[in-house]
Ligand binder design. Structure first.
Ligand SMILES: [Zn+2]
Length: 178
């Protein structure tokens, strides 16, 4: 997996950004954020210098989508885009992950991380974009007292993602951060 070392961001830092976006759009208290509406109608207006390309699946090897901040191009597999439009939870997560890269890493110095290299999660571009996507799809403040099954149904996410996000929300609350 390709990863980059970026500026440190805690879960709290990332949550703050996601919540500003959600409040701005009036979706702070909604269990389902309209990812595809946001992606198609809002993102191109916020990031007008980016190009969004839907490419044949074999053009992207090993990844579902890819954001290149230097050439300002986001490539998404056409199959991922179509499945996301149909409400596929996995593909919606992929789109939310790329939205995370745009908000978090646009214009930021990114150091390519070799796969053998070890560095803290909070400095990983991939970890940050994954947490951003999880928070976008499952707001901590909304899901913290729900079961994994309830989260999965209410937020249209897989049970694995729901479990991870619930564990994060609980550990953040225990640390007094939620
Ligand atoms: Zn990524």
């Amino acid at each position: 997996m390709i990863d980059y070392i970026v500026k440190s961001r805690s879960m709290k830092d990332i949550r703050k950004i996601v919540n500003i976006i959600k409040k701005h759009c009036g979706f702070y208290d909604c269990l389902q954020f309209p990812i595809m509406f946001f992606w198609e109608q809002i993102i191109p207006k916020i990031f007008p210098d980016y190009r969004f390309l839907y490419v044949e699946d074999d053009e992207l090897e090993g990844v579902e989508a890819y954001t290149d901040h230097n050439s300002k191009i986001v490539k998404v597999k056409i199959s991922v885009y179509l499945k996301a439009l149909n409400g596929s939870s996995r593909d919606l997560f992929t789109i939310a992950h790329e939205i995370g890269h745009l908000f978090l890493h646009d214009g930021e110095a990114m150091i390519f991380a070799r796969t053998s290299e070890r560095f803290p999660a909070y400095k990983s571009a991939e970890w940050q974009a994954n947490y951003f996507a999880a928070e976008m799809l499952m707001g901590s403040h909304l899901i913290i007292d729900m079961s994994i099954n309830e989260i999965s149904n209410a937020c249209n996410v897989c049970e694995k993602s729901a479990k991870i996000q619930l564990e994060h929300a609980i550990s953040e609350r225990e640390k007094g951060r939620v």
